[in-house]
Write a new protein. Structure first.
Length: 146
């Protein structure tokens, strides 16, 4: 398999995630997709995912750099697709919390410690051709309470 084909699969996966999220957000009761993410209105409108670099490491991004908004600066490896154009995507940073509501820092913490993910107000622009793999996560992680 050539690397070009391999990278294209990440782009296609994010496009599919975006289509599913958009179908749920349209709130059309007769949509074929209306129940894919929210069979009982509990899963919401987000499929969280992790992107992996060409070296096989989770891609990290920083939110609230400089602390100009409420809250501390954070590091995350979790994203939600907001928009995609070709293989360029706007990705919303998801803040990860452990079961005690402490923000996890992915320069030190392990992804297995994640109990809950929340949408942040921070986004990045990403060229999806730069990633070698994507791992989709359970939508129930978003705003999980128990």
């Amino acid at each position: 398999m050539s690397s070009k084909t391999h990278f294209t699969c990440v782009c296609e996966a994010v496009e599919n995630i975006n289509d599913l999220q958009n179908a749920v957000e349209e709130n059309c009761p007769t949509s074929c997709f209306s129940n894919l993410l929210s069979p009982s209105n509990t899963l919401g409108d987000t499929i969280p995912f992790i992107l992996f670099t060409q070296k096989g490491k989770p891609f990290k991004a920083f939110g609230n750099v400089g602390g100009l908004q409420a809250g501390d600066c954070f590091t995350t490896i979790f994203f939600r697709v907001e928009k995609i154009r070709g293989c360029c995507a706007t990705l919303r940073l998801l803040i990860a919390f452990d079961e005690h509501r402490h923000v996890l820092d992915f320069s030190e913490d392990d992804a297995c410690q994640v109990f809950r993910l929340e949408k942040s107000d921070f986004c990045i622009e990403a060229d999806l051709n730069c990633f070698s793999a994507i791992q989709c996560l359970n939508p129930r992680l978003i705003n999980r309470t128990h």
